[in-house]
Design a protein around this ligand. Sequence first.
Ligand SMILES: *Cc1c(COP(=O)(O)O)cnc(C)c1O
Length: 427
Amino acid sequence: MSLVSEQYQKMGISEAVYQYCDQILEQLKDRFETIDQTAEFNQMKVLNAMRKNQVSDIHFAATTGYGYNDMGRETLEQVYADTFHTEAALVRPQIACGTHALAVALSANLRPGDELLSPVGKPYDTLEEVIGIRPSIGSLREYGVTYRQVDLLNNRDFDWDGIREAINERTKLVTIQRSKGYETRPTLSPRQIGDLIRFIKSIKPDVICMVDNCYGEFVDTVEPSDFGADMIVGSLIKNPGGGLAPIGGYICGTKACVEQCAYRLSAPGLGQEVGASLGVLPSFFQGFFLAPTVVAGALKGSIFAANLYESLGFSVIPNSTEPRYDIIQAITFGKPEGLIAFCQGIQAAAPVDSHVTPEPWEMPGYDAPVIMAAGAFIQGSSIELSADGPLKPPYAAYFQGGLTWYHAKYGIMMSLQKLVDAGQVTL
Ligand SMILES: *Cc1c(COP(=O)(O)O)cnc(C)c1O
């Protein structure tokens, strides 16, 4: 027995589970090599932006109050803009989360009478209330912004004709969600998004194309901003925060769009000049610096889980061999016991709250009890190893993150161990 397998055994992983996982991992060497190459490329992209902007310890100082002349904040925003190849960026702790960043980007660039179009089907749950698909206080709908949606054909292909028909004289902004989120459609690649943007702009050149880039950053060597997106938007407690940012969101894009966002985020007349960084800048810089390798670890975890559970007969999305454009993995257990054991395994492997046993609970806004595993340093951080799923058919767990590949690996092995112990799987 090797030193490491002995250590895993001390930590509750049986020899049978370890051997089974090891044989799956043997087959993934080439795939992991490709992920490492992407990480290497993206590491250089970030490093290059930091060198170009002469990041220095003066940029790590905390500002307070209005935060005028915050050189660190301005430099960080330039580093984001240079990395994602955009003219400008807004990267702030005042942006509370991904939903907030998206709400700012939308409401800043839409005016009463404008129409918003989603050509990729239903957006992420929390956006339904931002847009007003579900009635909500302060929604775009309350401000007289209408919404139109064109679904994907067969849950996969763009409905080109439908999109052409949906674009009208009021269409001002198109929102494109890269990740599947909690839907079963595939995640879109930056190139596919580029094709869509080109098509939309060929019909109406001045329409603003915004991409919800949540969970997609650094999975590929390119981003949607390399293919014509006017804005890309995301959360710092997901990929680009590298696990270190304790809060925050970003909007990168054209100078005109980002300027609108800055006035909306602070106040008309104030804009980008206001917003103290309150001491979070070191974690923003350092987290962004680590993000390419953190994302690589998370991606290896997703691929390992897909291959492991597919080999055991469970349905997994994406499947074991598909290309990846985000870090989310869905595993369908078909039974509540499977979903619960899986989540309990992820929790038991966590660096924080490993002693806690997650149980399904009735969460506000959901129509079935939800079970969540999240032993995270930062509350709700889903770049850290986490899993959740609603207790209703098909009993799917959504799994993502892992600040290091080895932690993701241990979490997945522990999930299998719990399934074996619960009699849900026989090896
Ligand atoms: C997570 C996510 C959001 C919302 O981000 P929060 O930080 O949870 O508010 C929006 N869109 C997609 C695709 C996401 O994955």
